[in-house]
Design a protein around this ligand. Sequence first.
Ligand code: FES
Ligand SMILES: [Fe+2]
Length: 545
Amino acid sequence: MIGSSAQFTPALFGPSRPSKQSRGCGVAAVSQQAPVASPMRTGTRGTSEQKSNRKPLSLEQQSALNTPLDVLTDDLRFLQAKTGLDLLTPLQEVKEVHDQVVAALNPIAGEKMQEDLEGRITALQSELERAHCEVHCSEEQLESTIEELTRLEMAAHGFTEQQRPQPPDKQRSSGRNRQLQSDLDLPEQLQDFWYPVAFSSQMKDGAMVTMELFGQPWVLFRDAQGLPSCVKDACAHRACPLSLGSVVDGCIQCPYHGWQYDGSGNCTKMPSTAFCRGISVSTLPVSEAEGFVWVWPGRSVPEHNVPQQVTRPPDGFTVHAELILEVPVEHGLLLENLLDLAHAPFTHTSTFAKGWPVPDVVKFNAARMLGGNWEPYPIDMAFEPPCMVLSTIGLAQPGKIERGARAESCKNHLHQLHVCLPAGPGRTRLLYRMSMDFLHWTKAVPGIQAFWAHIAQQVMGEDLVLVAGQQDRMLRGADVWANPVAYDKLGVRYRRWRNSVADGSSAERAQAEAELRPMSAGELFNIPADGCQLGETCDVGDLHP
Ligand code: FES
Ligand SMILES: [Fe+2]
């Protein structure tokens, strides 16, 4: 800037400034035609002391001082050193004014100034972008720290909860049925399982399937290779739900500012800004088998593969309906409801159990005495960890069960799979798949899916009012397993298994898992040989096979 001011120095530093010369301090008078080296530098002027302190400048040094302003600056610096007076600050102000005048009067110098300013602006912009990226990285770190803190807080909270006195109802039952203690919390240990969370048939290319699991929102989509992916449904930029966006070339694109994430959760595009590396959203391990997309929500690495031959309908069955329902009750309560066959002739009087007989214990006893087996309904049922109920029903025709036979001896069957996903506290996402080994052609009937969905809604409506009521009573301290009886076997076994996963020893868990086997309705309604005394309920110990 100073170098470019040579043409205009006369106006400011011309030879008509006698005061400087008259001070006798060796400041040179400068001409506008050419820079002149200071006499002090040349050694032709100045006191003997100055001469002794300052060596004459070489020719190169003199030519480096190529403007009168340089010469003046140099002289003032020298004088400042000698006198201790602040002589350069006023000169700096003069220089700035000078630069502005130069820019105003000289287009070439003005352009140069502008270029310099633009350069500085560009440098500042790059610095800003770098800072922007760092802020993003910090936000990510902050988010994971908050998650960790929340986890620790919940763990601490769970600990203090255990120290609290139990409500009266819980205290009353805990002595006898400690393994049946129920609560509405979702133990973290339940996360270490594979969960079938979506039907493969939903996962068309470009489709997104949202779901909540253990209180976290996730979105499923197929990546560029067509493989299912599961990413957190919250953008790494401003936490907008990614599921509101779209799938573009196998990446999920946020609807807010267009950031894109691949199947591994890595951000691959940030339109309209410099790309920041290392930004990603959380993902879950995913697998696809037997018509389902499975995820592993646990923090641990999956120890085993997706269970095989569990969810697939038996050979010879055709899938007729795949439905999803969001149910506002805790998933354990819903599982226990589905495993409870005895409620059907009382609860489902308007739907599938219309006209079903109430099983008669006298007939059981008679059958036992005669050495036979009496099956009130031709139904086999099983709980499959961590959250599935499988049932096979023998049917004379759709809607009519065959009486007094085991399911396997019936000609026609309906197979049901209920997957009760722990969406969050007090919330279940229910996946229902129904298959039949007869009337295959009905699958092609127009509107049949809507028909099945209507039936499922009706049945669920009948159960929901009861289970939601149980949940309410639990919240007020009631014990839902205060007095289990014989036909509660499957529900009891589920609850034992769940509690053994949450806080049991490995032996308790192994025992609870060994008890999980399919049962027929006959086994379910069978009562212990010594029965129950009046006023007592069957002890849980008697429910073992
Ligand atoms: S919130 Fe997703 S791109 Fe901005
Ligand atoms: Fe029911």
